[in-house]
Design a protein around this ligand. Structure first.
Ligand code: HEM
Length: 398
C-alpha cells in the first residue's frame, strides 16, 4: 500500500485512462456500496463506466445546472421558513447545523434526481438519516474484514436499501404513466429513462441511489464547515454579508470562502486506486509497485502542505484566493479529484452551495458559543464530516 501526497504520482494515477482501467477503484470490501449503488457510474470501470459517464454527463452541464436553480431556491426558501418558524425574538437557538444541512441537500437532490419531495426539511421524513446509517455501516471494521459475515444490523441495512429501491421504482412508474404531481422536474430520472439504449431497472436504481448518496452527503458537509468557519471568523462573515447584499451569489468573497473551506476540510479527503494490470509499474520518482498495490492519495494532506500553501497552510484565509483566477488549474487543489473520474457534480455543487450560503447569510447572522466551538472535531468515514453535532445560534437580520 502507498499513502501519498506527491503531486506527480497523483497526476500519474488520476490521469490514467479510466477507459483502459490500469488504475481502478479498489473493490468495495464492505459489500455495502455494491448493494446500494450496484453497477452505477460510481462502481463501474472501463467501457461500462464510460457508458454511464456519457449517459449522465449531459445532466450536469452548466446550462442544466442553471435550470436546476428554481428547485434549489424553493428548497432553500422552505428551510429558511422552517427555521424562522422556530425563532423567538428573532433568534433561533440550538440549531443542529449538520442535521439541517443534510435535510436540505437531501430534499434538493431528491427533487432533482427523481422529482420527489422527501419533506425532510419539514421533519416529515427521517429518510436522510437512513443514508447516514448506511454510510456508517460501510466503515464498520467487521464489514471490511468480510462482506459475507451476517451481522445483526443487516436487517436494518437491507430494509433501508429496499426502501430506496422502492422509492425509485415508484418514481419510474409514475414517470412512465405520467401521473402524480409529486413526481415532477426529475431531471436525472428523465435522462435515464429516455436514454436511446433502454436501460434495465437495476441500472436506473443504482445510478439514482448513487446520486441520492453522492449528491447530498458531501455538499452538506461542505456547508457545515463553511458555517463553522464563518462563525469563528466573524469579521469575514460580516464582509461576506455586505458583499452578498449587493452581489448575491456572485460575490467573489463567497467563491474564496468556499474554496478555502474545501481546501481545509475537503469532504472527500482521500481518493483510492489499485493497479489492475498483471504487470508491475514504475511511478514518478522511480518507485516500483507490484501489480496489486493499493494507492491512497491524501487530498487532505495536499491541501495542507506548506510547500504549496505557505506557512499559514493550516489557517483559514479566504483572501489567499484573491490572485488565483482559476482554482481548477491549481494542481494542489483537488477537492473534486482530477482526470477522467473527476466529480461529475462539481458544477452543480458550486451553484447549489453559493445559492444556499448567500440566502442563509442574508437571512441570519450566525454565531457559535465557546462551548459548542470546543466540540468541533473532524471525523473521516467515506467522507470528511464532524464527529459530534454542533449547534449554532441564528439571529435574524433585520
Ligand atoms: C462538496 C461536494 C462534493 C465533493 C467534495 C465531491 C468530491 C468527489 C470526488 C473527490 C470524486 C472522485 C472520487 C474517486 O474518483 O474516487 C467524486 C466523484 C463523484 N461525484 Fe462528487 N463530490 C461532491 C458533490 C457531488 C454531487 C453534488 C454529486 C451529484 C449530484 C456528485 C456525484 C459524484 C459522482 C457520480 C462521482 C463518480 C464519478 C465517476 O466515477 O465518474 N458529487 N466526487
Amino acid at each position: 500500500m502507498i499513502f501519498t501526497k506527491d503531486l506527480e504520482i497523483c497526476k500519474y494515477i488520476l490521469s490514467a485512462s479510466a477507459e483502459i482501467g490500469d488504475y481502478r477503484k479498489p473493490p468495495d470490501s464492505s459489500g455495502v456500496m455494491i448493494k446500494l449503488a450496484r453497477n452505477s457510474i460510481l462502481m463501474s470501470e472501463e467501457s461500462q463506466w464510460k457508458f454511464h459517464r456519457s449517459l449522465l454527463s449531459p445532466s450536469f452541464t452548466g446550462i442544466q445546472c442553471n435550470l436546476m436553480k428554481p428547485i434549489i431556491n424553493q428548497c432553500i426558501d422552505r428551510q429558511i421558513a422552517n427555521l424562522l418558524s422556530l425563532s423567538k425574538n428573532d433568534t433561533v437557538i440550538n440549531v443542529d447545523i449538520q442535521k439541517e444541512n443534510t435535510k436540505l441537500t437531501f430534499d434538493i437532490i431528491g427533487q432533482l434526481s427523481i422529482g420527489y419531495n422527501f419533506k425532510s426539511i419539514e421533519g416529515q421524513s427521517e429518510i436522510s438519516n437512513h443514508f447516514t446509517f448506511i454510510l456508517n455501516e460501510m466503515i464498520k471494521p467487521i464489514r471490511r474484514l468480510s462482506s459475507w459475515i451476517p451481522l445483526p444490523s443487516d436487517w436494518l441495512l437491507f430494509r433501508y436499501i429496499r426502501e430506496f429501491d422502492q422509492i425509485t421504482i415508484m418514481a419510474i412508474n409514475h414517470r412512465k404513466q405520467g401521473t402524480s404531481s409529486m413526481y415532477k422536474s426529475n431531471f436525472l430520472l428523465d435522462s435515464l429513462i429516455s436514454s436511446k439504449q433502454s436501460l434495465n431497472q437495476d441500472v436506473i436504481i443504482g445510478n439514482i441511489n448513487t446520486f441520492l448518496l453522492a449528491g447530498h452527503e458531501t455538499s452538506s458537509n461542505l456547508l457545515t464547515f463553511v458555517y463553522y468557519l464563518l462563525c469563528k471568523h466573524q469579521s469575514i462573515q460580516e464582509e461576506l454579508y455586505q458583499q452578498i447584499n449587493v452581489l448575491q451569489e456572485n460575490s467573489p468573497l463567497l467563491d474564496w470562502v468556499i474554496n478555502e473551506t474545501l481546501r481545509l476540510y475537503p469532504p472527500a479527503p482521500m481518493v483510492a486506486r489499485s493497479r489492475h494490470n498483471k504487470y508491475d509499474d514504475i511511478l514518478p520518482g522511480n518507485i516500483r509497485i507490484s501489480h496489486d498495490t493499493l494507492i491512497l492519495i491524501s487530498i487532505y494532506a495536499i491541501h495542507r502542505d506548506t510547500r504549496h500553501w505557505g506557512e499559514d497552510a493550516n489557517q483559514f484565509n479566504p483572501y489567499r484566493w484573491k490572485d488565483i483566477p482559476d482554482a481548477s488549474r491549481l494542481p494542489y487543489f483537488l477537492p473534486f479529484s482530477q482526470g477522467s473520474r473527476i466529480c461529475i457534480g462539481k458544477q452543480f455543487t458550486q451553484i447549489e452551495s453559493k445559492l444556499i450560503i448567500s440566502k442563509m447569510l442574508q437571512t441570519f447572522h450566525l454565531q457559535i458559543s465557546k462551548a459548542e466551538e470546543s466540540k468541533f472535531k473532524i471525523y473521516q468515514r467515506a467522507t470528511l464530516t464532524i464527529k459530534n453535532p454542533i449547534h449554532l445560534i441564528l439571529n435574524k437580520r433585520l
